[in-house]
Design a protein. Structure first.
Length: 371
C-alpha cells in the first residue's frame, strides 16, 4: 500500500532521526545516559556552590544518582541478551518452541530478537520435517513389508507352494520396498517443490486390481495374532471400473501411495464383514481420472473433515485414517495421500455419503497444452 506524499515524507524524516531516538537506538540510549549523568552532576555542583552543602556530600549524591541511572539503562539493554541466552540453552536441549519477547522493542535489540525468532522458527520447522520424514518412511514401508511377510509365511507354513507365481509376488513387494526407500527420500525436498513426477499412460483395471491384491495380502498379515492386531480378513474388497478399458495418465508409484493408504484406512474402519469399494471413472479432461474409496464404517464427523488430511492428526476413533480403538496409527496415511494428489495438481476430499466414508480423488490427466 502506497502512503500519501505527506505521510511518506514524515516517515523518511522519522527514520532519519532514528539514531537520535533513545527508544529506537542503543547508541542514542547510551548517549542519553551520559548526558543525563552530566546534567545531574552539574546541577548538584550548582546547588553546592549556592548553599552550605559540602562538596563531598554532593559528590556522593552525584555518584549514587549516576549509578542508579546506569543500572536502570543497563538492565533494559542487557535483558534481551539474557532472554536470548536462556532461549538458546533451551534450543540446545531440543526445545525449539521458545521465542524471545524482546522482538516488541523498537531498537537494534528488537531487530536482533526478530531475526532470532525467525531463526528459531526455521529450526523448529526443520526438526519437525525430520520427524515427519522418519514417520512417513515407517508408515509407507509397513504395507509392503506386511504383504511380503504374508507370502513368505504361507510358503514356510505349507499353505502355498514356492511356485514361480508366489515368488513373483514376493519379488514385486521387494522391488516396491526398494522404490519406496528411494521415493520417500523425496519428502525431504517436498517443501522446495522439486519432487519429480514420472507420469505415464496406464490401464486402470489391471493397475487397481494389483493394488487390491496387495491389500488383501496385507490384511492376511495383519490378522496374525503374533502381530497384536485385530483380524480384518472379514472385510471384502471390491473393484468397480467403468468403462473396463479405462486409461489414465499419472505417476504410478505416487498414485499407488494414494490408493493403498485410502484402502488401508477404509479397512481399519469397516465393520465386521464390511465392504470396501474402489471405484474408478473417467474425469472431465483427457486421460483424467475420478477415484473413490468407499467403506461402510462410522464415517467422518463433519467437524473433522477439514482436519483428517493433516499430518499427525490422530483425532477420535471416528476420524478416518486414525485407526479404530487403540490402533491409532501414525496419523499420516491421508496426509501422504493428499501430498501425492497435490503433486499431480489434483484434488482429494471427503465426499457426502449416505453410509460410511467416501474419499474422492480427482486427477487432471494430460493438459491440453501437452496433449
Amino acid at each position: 500500500m502506497r502512503l500519501p506524499p505527506g505521510r511518506a515524507a514524515w516517515s523518511r524524516v522519522w527514520e532519519a532521526l532514528r539514531p537520535f531516538d533513545p527508544y529506537r537506538s542503543v547508541k542514542a540510549a547510551l548517549g542519553a545516559l551520559v548526558i543525563g549523568s552530566v546534567i545531574i552532576t552539574t546541577l548538584l555542583v550548582f546547588v553546592a556552590a549556592h548553599s552550605d552543602t559540602e562538596l563531598r556530600i554532593i559528590t556522593i549524591f552525584s555518584i549514587i544518582a549516576s549509578l542508579l541511572i546506569t543500572q536502570f539503562v543497563a538492565h533494559g539493554l542487557s535483558a534481551p541478551l539474557d532472554e536470548m541466552t536462556e532461549v538458546t540453552r533451551a534450543m540446545a536441549h531440543g526445545d525449539y518452541t521458545r521465542r524471545v519477547r524482546a522482538a516488541e522493542r523498537r531498537d537494534e535489540f528488537g531487530d536482533l530478537a526478530t531475526a532470532f525468532n525467525r531463526m528459531a522458527a526455521d529450526l523448529e520447522a526443520v526438526d519437525t520435517h525430520r520427524k515427519e520424514l522418519v514417520a512417513n518412511v515407517s508408515h509407507e514401508l509397513r504395507t509392503p513389508i506386511a504383504a511380503l511377510r504374508a507370502v513368505l509365511e504361507n510358503v514356510v507354513d505349507g499353505v502355498s507352494e514356492a511356485d514361480p507365481e508366489t515368488m513373483r509376488i514376493a519379488l514385486r513387494q521387494t522391488e516396491r520396498l526398494s522404490r519406496l526407500v528411494e521415493q520417500l527420500l523425496d519428502l525431504s525436498r517436498l517443501d522446495n517443490g522439486v519432487v519429480p513426477l514420472h507420469a505415464r499412460r496406464f490401464e486402470v483395471w489391471p493397475y487397481l486390481a494389483g493394488i487390491l491384491k496387495e491389500a488383501s495380502m496385507a490384511k492376511s498379515a495383519a490378522s496374525d495374532p503374533r502381530a497384536g492386531s485385530h483380524s480384518r480378513k472379514d472385510v471384502h474388497l471390491n473393484l468397480d471400473v467403468f468403462p473396463p478399458d479405462l486409461t489414465a495418465h499419472a505417476d504410478g508409484e505416487r498414485l499407488h501411495q494414494v490408493v493403498a493408504n485410502l484402502i488401508d484406512n477404509a479397512v481399519k474402519h469397516s465393520p465386521a464383514h464390511g465392504r470396501v469399494t474402489v471405484r474408478a471413472r473417467r474425469g472431465d479432461g483427457a486421460q483424467s481420472l475420478e477415484l473413490e474409496v468407499i467403506d461402510e464404517g462410522p464415517g467422518i464427523p463433519e467437524a473433522e473433515r477439514h482436519r483428517v488430511f493433516e499430518r499427525f492428526n490422530r483425532g477420535g476413533p471416528k476420524a478416518a485414517g486414525q485407526g479404530s480403538g487403540g490402533d491409532g496409527g501414525t496419523g499420516l496415511g491421508l496426509a501422504i495421500a493428499r501430498w501425492a494428489v497435490d503433486l499431480h495438481g489434483g484434488r482429494i476430499g471427503v465426499a457426502e455419503s449416505p453410509r460410511g466414508c467416501r474419499i474422492k480423488v480427482s486427477l487432471p490427466g494430460v493438459d491440453r497444452d501437452q496433449g
